[in-house]
Design a protein around this ligand. Structure first.
Ligand code: NAP
Ligand code: HSE
Length: 422
């Protein structure tokens, strides 16, 4: 029998314990051995939970229990789970984790520490979608040219409801939290950090690149407002938080931000808590993966898949994309300011002669060509909202132009910018 200890019996941990009990015969048959959860660790034993496993508030009761084969870390955070996983590995226990925040920082050192001991992390990206396995195994013949994904269920749920039903940002965030989609600190979701953590994990598998969150462009959905939504609808776009990795001339571009994306694109049709990831390989072409990106049972499905793989294979699979010393080439990260995109700008300005011309002049000076320009009346009769879409230009140039526009005498507020994904 394989004995499992779960550290963190919250939304996902409870689902893991319950599914392993409910589908025990099936899962054991697939793994080739009986799998049992023998203990769970929590912070507060007085909280009522829907599980029937012995609980402790001392993680060492799991880590120091010689009979436990696999430690499942589902507590969240970075520093404490890092120490816990290191201790589990040092005692020869296999580890399964859904913790993308931890892996965003420590995936390479954990792989080194683990050596041949398996670490499963399928649940860390896109909840129930087996995207890690697809990249690590299914697409291993391919050079990956691009990954584009909706990887945060909370943001996708929020944007869908804001666009379709006009629900306010605050109200829909509260709903996502109640449904168990959001992180303990939801700024990780709405700020784009959670999607960035997931992107970094996928980029390690695809490219072997050891980037950290602070190295890449990350913007959240906090500033998306009704004007942006109206513009998007009028011009046939949807608004999505996309995580993008691209290989361009031997460099890797990594970024997370809201995008305007044409409604007819497949990824624009992925709504609600669902996640969708498009992976383009040089042999296979485009492949698309779709499924629930958050929620207890969907995430537990991926956690248990790792447990089954560890039990069945009984050997380590490389935690990252490449087995040393065979990594093909050393790829570097494209500097954020060199990223190229089309952009949408929203500006509140005085409704006066020459204002539009002065803005067009600034854009022209920075080599930015305008694709669409629209003026909308604002609540204040003396002001107007200008909406502008550009042709492709460099991030560095658009940021300089925005800075200059914000300093023009007729500009009243910060310029809002959303990238357009062609
Ligand atoms: P959660 O509901 O907040 O549960 C966390 C659990 O960890 C709770 O049972 C908590 O105990 C326990 N815990 C926290 N600190 C602890 C400590 N120092 N010692 C012992 N136990 C501790 O979180 P979750 O939503 O299940 O998420 C767990 C992990 O899965 C996170 O890394 C998250 O990013 C990841 N994940 C979540 C989802 C999702 O949809 N929820 C999807 C994919 C990945 P108490 O209950 O006593 O406070
Ligand atoms: N908070 C995350 C999300 C959970 O909303 O996608 C799944 O990783």
């Amino acid at each position: 029998m394989i004995r499992v200890g779960i550290i963190g019996v919250g939304t996902v941990g409870q689902s893991v314990a319950n599914i392993l009990r409910k589908n025990k015969a099936l899962i054991s048959a697939r793994a080739g051995k009986e799998i049992s959860v023998v203990k769970g660790a929590v912070r507060d034993l007085s909280v009522e939970r829907r599980v029937d496993i012995p609980l402790t508030d001392d993680v060492n009761e799991i880590l120091e229990d010689e009979s436990i084969d696999i430690v499942v870390e589902l507590m969240g955070g970075i520093d404490t789970p890092y120490e816990i996983i290191k201790k589990a590995l040092s005692r020869g226990k296999a580890v399964v984790t859904a913790n993308k925040a931890l892996l965003a920082y420590h995936r390479f050192d954990l792989q080194q520490i683990a050596g041949e001991i398996p670490i499963g992390y399928e649940a860390s990206v896109a909840g129930g979608i087996p995207i890690i396995n697809a990249l690590k195994v299914g697409l291993s013949a391919n050079e990956i040219t691009a990954i584009k994904g909706i990887m945060n269920g909370t943001c996708n749920y929020m944007l869908t409801k804001m666009i379709r039903e006009g629900v306010s940002y605050e109200e829909v965030l509260k709903e996502a939290q109640e449904l168990g989609y959001a992180e303990a600190d939801p700024t990780f979701d709405v700020g784009g950090f959670d999607a960035a953590h997931k992107l970094l994990i996928l980029a390690s598998i695809a490219y072997g690149i050891d980037a950290k969150p602070e190295d890449i462009l990350i913007e959240g959905i906090e500033n998306v407002n009704q004007d942006d939504i109206d513009f998007a609808k009028e011009f046939g776009y949807s608004i999505k938080l996309l995580a993008i990795a691209k290989k361009i001339d031997g460099q890797i571009e990594l970024r997370v931000h809201p995008v305007l994306i044409k409604q007819e694109q497949m990824i624009a049709k992925i709504d609600g808590v669902m996640n969708g990831i498009s992976v383009i390989g040089d042999c296979v072409g485009e492949t698309l993966y779709y499924g629930p990106g958050a929620g207890g049972d969907a995430t537990a499905s991926a956690v248990i898949a790792d447990i089954v793989e560890i039990v069945r294979a009984g050997q380590s699979s490389p935690m990252l994309g490449f087995k040393k010393p065979f990594q093909s080439e050393d790829l570097t990260l494209l500097p954020k300011e060199e990223i190229r995109s089309e952009y949408f700008l929203r500006m509140l300005v005085d409704d006066a002669p020459g204002v539009l011309a002065s803005i067009a002049q600034v854009l022209g000076k920075h080599g930015i060509s305008i694709e669409t320009f629209l003026q909308r009346p604002s609540e204040n009769a003396k002001k107007a909202t200008l909406l502008c879409a550009t042709h492709t230009c460099r991030e560095k140039d658009i940021l300089s132009a925005i800075d200059e526009i914000e300093n023009l005498p007729h500009t009243s507020a910060k310029v809002a910018m959303i990238r357009i994904e062609a």
